[in-house]
Structure formats: C-alpha cells, structure tokens
Design a protein. Structure first.
Length: 299
C-alpha cells in the first residue's frame, strides 16, 4: 500500500506542474493577444468577444433578476410609505371637510337671521340652541342666553324664516323657548289678505291648528299668517306661516320656521304695546291749529 501511494504521488507532481505551465502559457498568450495592436488581432478579439460574451447571458440572468427584485422592493417600500401618508392626509381632509360643512351651515343660518326683515324699532339678542327637549307632550328648546343678556319672559323668538315660539322660563345663562307646536301655545294672528282674526293653537304636531277664525269662508289655503299683536305679548307683523287644510277639513298652519334645523334663534326685545289711556288729540295743519286756538278768544 505504501508503494502504491508513493507511485501516485510521483505521477501527480509532474501532472500539476504541467497543468500550471499550460495555464501560465495560456494567460501569457491571452495577454499578448490582447495587447498586440494589429488589425487582424483586433478582428480576432472582436470575434472572440462576440462569441463568448452572449453565451454568458444565462449566467447573468440570476444577478439581473436579483438586482431588479431589490429595486422593486425599494420601490414597493416607497409606495407603501406614500400610501400611508395619503391615507393620513385623506383622514385630515375628511375632518376639514366636516368642519367646513358645519361652518357653512352655521353661516347659512346666520345669513338667514341677517336677512330677516323686522321693525327697525325692535332690537334683538341672538342665541344658540343648546338642547332640544321636545317630547310627545312638550315642545321646547334651550338657548344659551338668559337674564344676564336681558332676556324677559314672553319675548318672541324667531329663526331666519319666521316665528318659532316665546320665552317661557329664564335663568342666568339659559332660557327656555316654548315652540308654537306645543299644546300650551296660543298665539293671536291675522290672516292676510282677508284680515281675519284667528288663534294659532299648538297640539304637539308639526302643523298647529287655526282656531277661532272670524269668518272661515273668507280664508283660503296659502293665505299668509302674521302675529296680530293682540294682548301686547308679541309685536304685530311677525311671520308665522301659511294657512293649510288637513284631510279632515280643519284649518292648520304650515309654519314658516324650519323646526328641523333650529341652531340659532333671535329673541326680540319687546316691552309690550302701550295701552291707550285717554282720548288722543286731533293733529291739524299749523294754520288750522292756530285759527282754532284763536277762535275761543274771539267769541
């Protein structure tokens, strides 16, 4: 066994030396061929490159695929980041949109209040509806104005379209408004253009009854209804709504105020209609008044 191992080692050493010599010669030949500046050698080099390089595409395919995969992964990470940022911005935009819609609605209510035509002698206090305590047995809302703002029981409350109700209960910072639809509400009114007197009677429905009409035959659906000022509680001429007729043939009031969107109310300062305590003097032109004053002395 020792002899066989020695024999194989004797053959291996010359073979290694031969292969090393051949490799060195090949490298020297390649170097010389690559360094020789000759047209023929240049054409030879070009043919070698054209023959050998395309055949290495299969070897570069995994490397190219790996590089492309790495680029796609980085691109996916950037897209994922951008997607998260866009979602966050979309949530912020939705919140801003909701706030903008709320502000737009509030501005619309305030514009309605500003466009409401009232007697120039009437002043007002604007309040925000804090809560709606409406129920099947009671129709009322709470305002954020009270005695500190000068609010007094009985004053009329209006939205941007028409009469809503009257103040019934005042605190330091809040006050309660009994709506026209409440069963305890009774408002004297005038029907235009006929001039008929009537009473708007709440019955906890969206359309109060029109009762105590002087001449119902002179009233037509669609006639305008305003406050009469009788009793000195409400100022005259406040828009209440229009006359309507229910399926049973009873006269009702289609209210001008939008009860489904009560956000701001205008409370009218009204100290009541002054009572006439004595006969009024006849107002005459200055010349007639002077002649009348001299007449008793002439007699």
């Amino acid at each position: 066994m020792a002899r066989d191992r020695t024999t194989s080692e004797d053959y291996a050493r010359p073979l290694k030396r031969l292969l090393l010599a051949v490799l060195v010669l090949c490298l020297i030949a390649v170097f010389l061929v690559w360094r020789i500046d000759s047209p023929r050698v240049e054409r030879f080099r070009a043919q070698v490159v054209d023959t050998v390089v395309p055949s290495f595409d299969w070897a570069m395919a995994p490397v190219t695929a790996t590089v492309n995969l790495a680029r796609d992964f980085r691109s996916y990470q950037r897209i994922h980041q951008q997607n998260r940022e866009l979602r966050r911005e979309l949530q912020q935009m939705r919140a801003w949109k909701e706030a903008a819609l709320q502000l737009e609605q509030e501005n619309a209510r305030l514009r309605d209040l500003n466009n409401l035509a009232l007697d120039p002698q009437l002043t007002h206090v604007t309040g925000v509806v804090m809560a709606d305590s409406g129920s099947p047995f009671r129709q009322s809302v709470l305002l954020n104005v009270g005695t500190r703002d000068g609010i007094v029981d009985g004053w009329a409350a209006m939205d941007g379209l028409g009469l809503v109700g009257r103040i019934s209960g005042v605190g330091a910072t809040v006050s309660r408004v009994i709506l026209l639809t409440d069963s305890s509400s009774r408002i004297p009114a005038v029907i235009q253009p006929s001039g008929q007197r009537a009473m708007v009677v709440g019955d906890n429905s969206a359309a109060p009854l029109l009762d105590f009409v002087e001449n119902a035959d002179a009233v037509r659906p669609g006639d305008r209804l305003v406050s009469s000022g009788d009793g000195g509680v409400f100022p005259p001429g406040l828009l209440i709504g229009q006359v309507a007729e229910d399926p049973q043939g009873r006269l009702r009031v289609r209210l001008a105020a939008d009860y489904t969107r009560l956000e701001f109310l205008r409370v009218l300062r009204h100290d009541g209609t002054p009572a006439v305590e004595g006969p009024g003097a006849l107002i005459l032109p200055p010349d007639l008044a002077g002649a009348r004053a001299e007449a008793p002395g002439d007699g």
